[in-house]
Design a binder for this molecule. Structure first.
Ligand SMILES: *Cc1c(COP(=O)(O)O)cnc(C)c1O
Ligand SMILES: [Zn+2]
Length: 412
């Protein structure tokens, strides 16, 4: 028994029963929000019932999720989420911020935020009897699906652009997924994966298409809520910086906070600031134009995980910032690479998309969007090990010397 009662279209507000639709709204292709029976959750649970649970993963919030317990004890699907939140004290001081934190999503089982979404989709896949789950991916969503599916004995098919970073492709192959590299962009891979899923009856995980990804991603908001609550400052408005590509992470996080508000468990909605690469800024453009119309771009950025021509969850992503008093910021590739180098000394190794949120924070401080006392949290969404070539561009080269003390002295 879950509290999942149906879907609501984010465009036309039409409602559907759980078994009636699978992906987007049949009328207008709008993204579907999962509807939960908030009253029944409120009657059965208190916040204390969540925060006292022993499970150190996103499954500690199972009563707030639209799936049943997927099992898989002792496998990576049970360890998605529950990532650490680090205090960035020295970095904060240098920026003039007293309260700065980073939630390190690179600590997920396959080293990116995408594990949260894939864990939920694999759980849902079990319920709908899916043998094969397919996804388009710039790398991370695929690795997360491949890892989770392998852990519970399901097959994964991944469509990725052929120029995806080699480490990401290696990860897909090592997890035993059927990997198909598409001679085209992520958007081309996206379209082909949907056609293939229809042709072969595969269950499709695609971001901004399958409604369960946002439900997985919302668990980051639940963890941020629990962390603020345990620190006794859940009444303080927090600003959260989120890197944005398709817009599904920021919409998912928004959904998580909205569920908590509806339950009466959260006092103030955090301010959500979306960060896009200048070369892939379709959602930021829509936000800045004041409407909701998302016009595709020809994406080009070092941050491959947020390189998207046509964002698949753009409208909800615009709303996430607009309805929370947040905004969108864009950052250049040079700022993204500088952010990788800036986070390193705090012990954080981010891939370019993961560091983009910190680059956005630096920009926000420069523009006066944060006061010294404002608490802020940046998300590092993926590990630097995923894209070593970009990491090497962010830092100076190491010297190569003869193995002698004399040679060492010459360069010190
Ligand atoms: C997918 C991804 C993002 C962006 O998430 P969207 O839902 O596409 O906006 C950011 N960072 C990393 C590392 C990702 O893999
Ligand atoms: Zn609709």
């Amino acid at each position: 028994m879950t509290s999942f009662t149906g879907y609501r279209c984010s465009l036309c507000q039409a409602e559907y029963l759980p078994g009636q639709v699978t992906y987007t709204c049949p009328k207008d292709n709008g993204n579907l929000d999962v509807i939960l029976d908030i009253d029944s959750i409120r009657q059965r649970y208190q916040p204390e019932d969540m925060v006292c649970r022993a499970e150190e993963s996103l499954w500690r919030y199972l009563p707030l999720l639209p799936v049943q317990d997927p099992g898989g004890e002792g496998t990576p699907i049970r360890s998605a989420g529950w990532t650490p939140i680090y205090r960035l004290e020295r970095i904060g001081q240098a920026l003039g911020l007293d309260r700065l934190w980073l939630k390190d999503e690179s600590r997920n089982p396959t080293a990116s935020f995408k594990d949260r979404a894939s864990a939920l989709v694999v759980a849902r896949g079990r319920e709908v009897g899916a043998d094969v789950i397919v996804t388009a991916s710039t790398g991370n969503a695929g690795a997360a699906l491949a890892g989770m599916a392998a852990a519970v004995g399901r097959k994964a098919v991944i469509f990725a652009p052929r120029n995806a970073p080699p480490a990401k492709v290696a990860q897909l192959l090592v997890f035993g997924a059927r990997v198909i590299l598409v001679d085209g962009t992520y958007d081309d891979a996206f379209d082909l994966s949907i056609t293939a899923s229809q042709a072969f009856g595969w269950y499709c995980r695609n971001t901004g298409y399958n409604p369960f990804t946002a439900e997985g991603k919302k668990t980051a908001a639940l963890e941020i809520w629990e962390w603020q609550r345990s620190a006794g400052n859940n009444h303080v408005p927090l600003t959260v910086f989120v890197p944005v590509g398709d817009g599904n992470i920021i919409s998912g996080i928004h959904k998580g906070f909205k569920d908590l508000l509806a339950l009466g468990w959260l006092e103030t909605m955090p301010r959500l600031i979306g960060v896009q690469a200048e070369g892939s800024a379709a959602i930021a453009n829509a936000f800045n134009a004041g409407g909701e119309q998302v016009i595709p771009v020809q994406a080009k950025t070092v941050a491959d995980s947020i390189s998207v021509d046509l964002p698949r969850d753009g409208i909800r992503a615009v709303r996430a910032a607009r309805e929370t008093g947040g905004t969108y910021l864009t950052v250049g590739d040079d700022e993204i690479l500088a952010a990788i180098a800036a986070l390193g000394p705090a012990g954080i190794f981010a891939e370019p998309a993961g560091a983009a949120s910190y680059a956005g924070l630096v920009s926000a401080v420069r523009q006066g969007l944060l006061s010294p006392g404002d608490p802020a949290l940046v998300l590092n969404t993926g590990s630097g090990l995923k894209d070593v070539r970009s990491a090497m561009q962010a830092v100076p080269e190491a010297p190569v010397i003869e193995p002698t003390l004399a040679a060492l002295k010459r360069i010190l």
